[in-house]
Design a protein around this ligand. Structure first.
Ligand code: FES
Ligand code: FES
Length: 79
């Protein structure tokens, strides 16, 4: 698998709703960041599902290089 595209060198804060499942874009090619829009097809990447347990703000990784996907872990600062 090749390297993901850096969609944005920083997190995307998103208000999530408890009980909803979100599909985080792992390839970096989606036009609907931070979520998957199907653009990963043929890239070897697949979206990572995240089910919100509680409602609130989540900081989703925009650089796609986090070690704690789909969340930002600060790795973007080293890219
Ligand atoms: Fe990817 Fe922060 S945006 S680690
Ligand atoms: Fe990136 Fe689907 S568009 S994982």
């Amino acid at each position: 698998m090749s390297e993901p595209v850096i969609a944005h060198k920083g997190p995307y804060p998103v208000e999530v709703e408890a009980g909803k499942t979100y599909f985080w874009c792992a390839c970096g090619k989606s036009a609907k960041q931070p979520f998957c829009d199907g653009s990963h097809k043929g890239s070897g990447f697949a979206p990572i599902p995240y089910k919100a347990e509680t409602s609130g703000e989540i900081w989703f990784c925009g650089c796609k290089h986090s070690a704690d996907k789909p969340f930002c872990d600060g790795t973007h600062e080293t890219l």
